[in-house]
Design a protein around this ligand. Structure first.
Ligand code: F0G
Length: 434
């Protein structure tokens, strides 16, 4: 008897290999508790034909084809296109900035600017797929715990889909731009008296007890969307893979997605070799970097503390699959201090590109790895800027206005009387200061 044909998409537990249908709403295996992975039937088109199909869609008038996520749908969620909740996410620039490359000591460094997504972070790539899946399952509500960006993205896509959204964020620890977005897009927003890790525990409980669909990055469909960051980078480099892709790491969903994307691209013959992933954490929130130094034997949760609030996470949910991504790509994990993050951010900002603090960790990490000789001269490096400069205006303004003492790269504003002489004086002062 011929084997029954596989559906377009299904889920599998990588720990115990048990399979689940695509319509199973839980992110975890009901047998062993492992986080599920999504699998798709191999596309009909192969190699060059697949690349051409994806490139052609980019210039299409159809929002689905033009989306930087859904144009890669063969490797994202091929069966879901009719339900897609999309708003032209993706298609972000891969920018060269001489000043940033020089500062980092990585010639030819390229910056993939995911802050230029509809809600200002890479989360939109996963959320378009996650909320589409919620719609397909007929979810009555969607929920997430968040350090800010996921909640902003979820709130926006849920509004677009007309599904009520619940977001749980740590009270007093979310950057102003992100909280403002969640409120404005209309999510029911709970300011939890606790840290992100407490919010995630609560969100997991709420999703199990209250039947709301959980859209944290433990949700495997979000990972499918986030893979397209890598597909786009590879496409922008004409499928000649870089030596390194550097990514800031918090809850480890993105590191996992990058590993999955690269391994799939290699398996399908889209790239001849695997780039190495470098994951960068803040040194005050570095359980993954510590685990790496111990050969990934285990993850020891910690109390997280960093001004890069997006990655202020002490007990990352996707540890296992992110460790797998680092191992299989011969990658590394490192960490950088808040001071290094701030300096990197000031350099990226002053280049005209700008990014949020957590994103700058990728650039600070690039510099550290170049100084240590892990990145070698001539290596082709892509650092991912995960969020927009305006996400965290509070930190920006205090950096540039701090007087005691002014940070090294601060650009202090000068208050003046409404008189030309005052402007002249200020320009004189500025000229001297420079
Ligand atoms: N950069 C930014 C700007 C983020 O918002 C996040 C995560 C990361 C990097 C790290 O990605 O968690 O996949 O390792 N933000 C989540 C949130 C936790 O709730 O917005 P990760």
């Amino acid at each position: 008897m011929p084997l029954p044909e596989r559906p377009a998409t299904w889920q599998v537990c990588p720990r115990c290999e048990r399979e689940f249908s695509a319509s199973s709403a839980s992110s975890r295996c009901s047998d062993c508790g492992g986080l599920l992975d999504v699998r798709h039937r191999d596309p009909v088109e192969r190699r060059a034909a697949l690349k051409e199909l994806w490139a052609r869609r980019r210039s299409s008038e159809s929002p689905l084809d033009a989306s930087g996520v859904w144009r890669f749908r063969e490797l994202v969620h091929p069966g879901a296109v009719t339900a897609a909740v999309t708003q032209l996410e993706g298609n972000t620039p891969l920018a060269a900035r001489e000043t940033v490359a020089r500062w980092a000591g990585a010639d030819g460094l390229l910056l993939k600017h995911e802050g230029q997504n509809p809600t200002g972070s890479f989360k939109d790539r996963g959320m378009t797929v996650g909320v589409t899946q919620a719609r397909r399952l007929g979810a009555s509500a969607v929920a997430c715990a968040s350090t800010g960006n996921t909640s902003a993205s979820l709130a926006s896509y849920a509004a677009l889909a007309g599904i009520p959204a619940l977001v749980l964020v740590p009270a007093g620890q979310v950057a102003a731009g992100k909280l403002a977005q969640a409120l404005a897009y209309g999510a029911r927003t709970l300011l939890v008296r606790g840290d992100f890790d407490a919010c995630l525990r609560l969100a997991l409980e709420a999703s199990e007890r209250l039947g709301v669909y959980l859209l944290n990055s433990v949700n495997p469909f979000r990972i499918e969307g986030q893979k397209t960051i890598v597909f786009e980078i590879l496409e922008q480099l004409r499928w000649e893979p870089p030596d390194w892709i550097v990514v800031p790491a918090g809850n480890l969903g993105n590191t996992s997605a990058f590993g999955k994307a690269l391994l799939e691209a290699e398996r399908l013959g889209l790239i001849p070799s695997l780039p190495r992933i470098a994951a960068v954490q803040a040194s005050g929130a570095n359980p993954f970097a510590r685990a790496f130094r111990e050969g990934f034997a285990r993850l020891i949760p910690m109390h997280a503390d960093t001004l890069a609030t997006a990655i202020k996470i002490g007990n990352p949910a996707s540890f296992e699959r992110a460790a797998d991504a680092i191992r299989k790509t011969n990658g590394v994990v490192t960490d950088v201090s808040d001071g290094e993050i701030l300096e990197a951010k000031a350099v990226v900002d002053a280049s005209g590109l700008g990014c949020e603090p957590a994103s700058a960790a990728a650039v600070a990490g690039t510099r550290k790895l170049a100084r240590e000789g892990v990145l070698r001269p001539g290596d082709r490096v892509v650092a991912v800027l995960t969020g927009h400069i305006l996400k965290d205006p509070g930190l920006l303004l205090s950096y540039h206005q701090e007087a005691d003492p002014p940070p090294p790269r601060a650009n202090r504003p000068i208050e003046v009387e409404a008189e030309l002489s005052a402007v002249e004086r200020a320009l004189g002062t500025a000229a001297v200061e420079r």
